[in-house]
Design a protein around this ligand. Structure first.
Ligand code: PGA
Length: 222
């Protein structure tokens, strides 16, 4: 059986490296006996290198990358740099990047291609309108309706809706894992996994509270 995948998307949190270290230490301690779940930590870029060095057994991802591997692109970080640093994954196409930074579908597609070439696993977020992507080695697809993200205050999508969306996506996607994202907590993760056909979840705010997050990981394994 494939392991359940839980991705901790810390977004632009916490405010210091010391807090990031404290959070990850507590989570790793709390989840050390949970063997059937793969946890991927996606902290802000600036903490990645330090955390990778300090926690070599943990699995890390970035929250974005650029579509070129090197060059005159001020402020950008390339997939090759992330791979060389020890990152295994990258989140791409998150709706917050479209909403606040104007990231387009075309940019996301170029990023996906570059990240896969660099050998990163791509956690590709798709909302409600986008076409289902095609299977590609190294691709994981997240069904994450923008309105279900916890900051919107509407709560997680109903499991029936998630199940029907996953079934529709499965007509195109035969092998790539499909995850769900949007207000996932320790209370709803078990039913999401049991009732919808997803292989895991992308977790934002619940991944910033160590106790809540390790309970979520334990419940994903139950
Ligand atoms: P949330 O965020 O779990 O806080 O809803 C999920 C995400 O946007 O990745």
């Amino acid at each position: 059986m494939e392991k359940t995948i839980i991705i901790a998307n810390w977004k632009m949190n916490p405010c210091t490296f010391l807090d990031a270290q404290a959070l990850i230490s507590e989570i790793l301690f709390g989840t050390k006996d949970t063997k059937t779940v793969n946890v991927v930590f996606c902290p802000p870029f600036v903490y990645l290198q330090g955390l990778i060095k300090k926690y070599p057994k943990a699995v890390f991802g970035a929250q974005d990358c650029f579509w070129e591997q090197q060059g005159a692109f001020t402020g950008e970080v390339s997939p090759q740099m992330l791979k060389a640093m020890g990152c295994a994954y990258v989140i791409l196409g998150h709706s917050e990047r479209a909403k606040y930074l104007g990231e387009t579908e075309d940019m996301v597609q170029k990023k996906v291609a570059a990240a896969l070439v660099a050998g990163l696993e791509v956690i590709l977020c798709v909302g409600e309108k986008e076409e289902t992507p095609k299977d590609m080695p190294g691709l994981l697809v997240v069904y994450e309706p923008e309105w279900a993200i916890s900051t919107e205050g509407k709560g997680a999508a109903d499991t029936k809706l998630v199940a029907s969306r996953v079934a529709a996506m499965r007509r195109t996607l035969k092998t790539s894992p499909i995850l769900y994202g949007g207000s996932v907590t320790s209370s709803n993760i078990a039913s999401l996994i049991k009732e919808t056909g997803v292989q895991g979840a992308l977790v934002g705010s619940a991944s910033l509270d160590a106790c809540e997050f390790f309970n979520l990981v334990k419940n994903a394994a139950a």
